[in-house]
Write a protein that binds this ligand. Structure first.
Ligand SMILES: Nc1ncnc2c1ncn2[C@@H]1O[C@H](COP(=O)(O)OP(=O)(O)OP(=O)(O)O)[C@@H](O)[C@H]1O
Ligand SMILES: Nc1ncnc2c1ncn2[C@@H]1O[C@H](COP(=O)(O)OP(=O)(O)OP(=O)(O)O)[C@@H](O)[C@H]1O
Ligand SMILES: [Mg+2]
Ligand SMILES: [Mg+2]
Lengths: 228, 228
């Protein structure tokens, strides 16, 4: 499904040059639940952005479903993202002047889903993350953890083939974090959604089947998640 | 130092009325290191904003150093914040077009510190959170955990009397989180800085001496932090 090979991402030039990724190799198959861990600044979000077709490598290859993503046009990339991907951003990236339910409906608008069906699916996604009763609130009227859950609901509302979640429990208390992990496991097992989740909490990584650890822009280790 | 009594914070009217705080009582003395925990939406950030003089209760009393904060003018509140408080926001609130070092210098600009001394103090604060070499980067050129650390550096650069940190390790890996907790303990013990820290991670709360748990806008429990 996902095949990164020798992927590099470089910013800046000369003395201030930064290798966000310095030769990353990563293969992910359909139906996996992968946890990505590693120190701050080690390249996890950069890797997620490339996998999610939001950014391009400066060198190396990224094949998504067998297609070399670097050869696609911007329009083709947008179509690919809308069709296959759900993304929970580390910084949420919600629309500030838009209500929670409208934020969640946005991927369905792109898919030309009818208004009634859109509302039904968006409310169901918000209920799945415990936000009933908050759908009319804008992000500024929500707590940090509530904003994070709106971002999660938006990522799952289209039932994507692959869900990319960058630190999805960073602002959630233990009970909510566990509830979210159980929801992700259910989506993975009953709907076959492939999940790639960046987390720094070992208790959350424990719900995955495979753990990939980044260090200095490369994959440092990659293997089955140890039972805790 | 901090005395909240019967504090309420209400948003909205009628059917959509929300009690973010519903009668919160909290006393914090000089030199304490308090962890604030509780479910998402239970009022922790609202409480921190009131303690930090960024927001006013809709009813109840908040006395800071014996002064009823509700009686102060906006200018007096701004002076109070700049003189006594350091704040790490849950959403960081960094200036987007400004470099990391300039973001960290901002509280020193307000205090009329000379440019050379400002730069020295800001670089020292950035080094204390492991960000040497990143001072010229703007927030967009930094990882999530690096942005969080810039926010922390900005909050400690003035050596504030009281440091309010809202989920300061939400985006940090385990090693960085532990390093930050050790830094906070050192600031608390060697410089007497009072620390109030919202966290959802028990391993981080363990560094505090007292734990306050919120539920539904009120303090549900308040006592010594249990040893782990
Ligand atoms: N402007 C607003 N209008 C309406 N409701 C609001 C507003 N701001 C906050 N709230 C509500 O107040 C409640 C408390 O919010 P607060 O941000 O204090 O929670 P929190 O404990 O910090 O949560 P988290 O752990 O998710 O950060 C939430 O239910 C939130 O939806
Ligand atoms: N636009 C940019 N210009 C320069 N450097 C950048 C830019 N964007 C990212 N970087 C650098 O690339 C490195 C990797 O960033 P990335 O966001 O992938 O890290 P991360 O593993 O997600 O970290 P965190 O756990 O803190 O979120 C970081 O050192 C960061 O400073
Ligand atoms: Mg990141
Ligand atoms: Mg909060």
């Amino acid at each position: 499904l996902v095949a990164l090979s020798g992927v590099e991402k470089v910013y800046g030039k000369g003395e201030s040059q930064v290798y966000a990724l310095a030769g990353a190799d990563l293969r992910i198959d359909n139906g996996e639940f992968v946890a990505i861990m590693g120190p701050s600044g080690s390249g996890k979000s950069t890797c997620m952005n490339i996998v999610g077709c939001l950014d391009q490598p400066t060198s190396g290859s990224y094949r998504f479903r067998g297609v070399e993503v670097g050869t696609l046009s911007r329009d083709e990339l947008a179509l690919l993202r809308r069709h296959y991907l759900g993304f929970v951003f580390q910084g949420f990236n919600l629309l500030a002047r838009t209500s929670a339910v409208e934020n969640v409906e946005l991927p369905l608008v792109y898919r030309r889903v009818a208004a009634g069906e859109r509302r039904r699916l968006a409310l169901a996604a918000l209920a799945a993350v415990g936000l009933e009763g908050r759908e009319k609130h804008t992000p500024a009227e929500l707590s940090g953890g509530q904003q994070q859950r709106v971002a999660i609901a938006r990522a799952i509302v289209t039932n994507p083939s692959i869900l990319l979640a960058d630190e999805p429990t960073g602002n959630l208390d233990s009970a909510r974090s566990v509830a979210l992990m159980e929801l992700l496991v259910a989506l993975n097992r009953t709907r076959g959604i492939t999940i790639v989740m960046v987390t720094h909490e070992p208790d959350m990584a424990a719900y995955s089947t495979r753990t990939v650890v980044f260090r200095d822009g490369k994959v440092a280790s990659d293997g089955p998640t140890s039972r805790r």
